[in-house]
Design a protein around this ligand. Structure first.
Ligand code: SF4
Length: 322
């Protein structure tokens, strides 16, 4: 089965991921998400914790199976393939995790952490090649050869995340999921790591899926983005369009409490009441209706709003626009 466009790297069609819960219930972590990511895009996936964005990232990478829906990579349906047998595809899709403290093996030297994938994929023949490649990729992420024989605990948080990036890139992937890659770093180091990632995207022709709860980071780093709430996509489009003209009440609320690039621009803060509902028993109708200040009555409580293209490439799922 083929995807629609040749320059697409990822296309999702109606992806769900429901985890079994006690008494025959399910956690609906991802619920009917469709989107596409073009080659060389930096695509943001934003939302509060519990919105399903990290689960969706793992489903795309086939670290976990979707419950239903179809995943295309470069036009090929990869939904049901066995990733342990598809070594080439595993190599092409990599991830950088949120926490560099726990994602690096504490008792391995940096050269072995960076080079492990080369061994797994039989891309080197001996230790000398491993050290040469590890050095090359350490340099690529702005670190020197002196770090090759150190252990993770001897590095700063920013250096560890650079090592995690080198480990992902040494396999020459096309698509990288960045799962909150700077959230455990100081603000000044965050900026350095994001600049590095942008430069690497240019130089290595990479495509990123950038998962974040921080919309100010999504604005400076991404080109397109989707906002998720309770496992569903509420708004999707070019990042600048969404920031200039947010349409979904949830997006408006998130942006109202996000620091503005222009400090003179005043936006009335919208404070969402209550917690995000449980994905085990999500509200019927629009999942956001229990917190929405623009709710328009029973229609919001009874029918889930379908995503509609309001401007070119700008999609919104809300009854206000039906
Ligand atoms: Fe609010 Fe209704 Fe739109 Fe949901 S569908 S966001 S409840 S207005």
């Amino acid at each position: 089965m083929k995807g629609k466009k040749v320059d697409e790297i990822i296309r999702l069609q109606d992806i769900t991921k429901h985890f079994p819960w006690k008494k025959r219930k399910y956690v609906k972590a991802v619920d009917g998400v469709s989107l596409s990511i073009n080659k060389r895009d930096i695509f943001g996936l934003a939302g509060e914790s519990g919105s399903g964005k990290t689960t969706l990232g793992r489903v795309i990478l086939r670290l976990i199976d979707p419950t239903s829906g179809i995943i295309f990579y470069e036009g090929a349906d990869i939904t049901n393939i066995k990733m342990e047998k598809e070594m080439d595809l595993r190599r092409k899709m990599q991830i950088v995790f949120q926490d560099p403290y726990s994602s690096l093996h504490p008792r391995k030297k940096i050269k072995d952490i960076i080079g492990r994938g080369l061994k797994t994929h039989h891309l080197i023949e001996n230790e000398r090649e491993l050290v040469e490649k590890a050095e090359e990729f350490l340099n690529l992420v702005g670190m020197g050869v002196e770090h090759l024989y150190r252990y993770p605990h001897e590095l700063s948080g920013g250096q560890r995340q650079r090592v995690a990036i080198a480990r992902a890139l040494i396999l020459n992937p096309g698509f990288v999921v960045l799962d909150e890659p700077t959230s455990s770093l100081d603000v000044s180091v965050q900026a350095e790591v994001l600049n590095l990632l942008k430069n690497l995207r240019e130089n290595l022709d990479l495509t990123y899926l950038f998962i974040t709860h921080d919309l100010s980071l999504a604005r400076v780093f991404t080109e397109k983005m989707a906002v998720m709430y309770l496992g569903k996509m509420t708004e999707y489009g070019d990042t600048e369009d969404i920031f200039k003209n947010p349409m979904h009440p949830y997006t408006k609320a998130l942006l109202s409490v996000t620091p503005q690039l222009d400090p003179k621009r005043k936006t009335k803060k919208i404070i969402l009441k209550g917690e995000i509902p449980s994905p085990i028993d999500p509200p019927v109708g629009c999942g956001f209706h229990t917190r929405c200040i623009e709710k328009i009555g029973r229609i919001c409580e009874e029918g889930f709003p379908q995503s509609k293209e309001m401007e070119k490439g700008h999609f919104v799922a809300c009854h206000l626009y039906s």
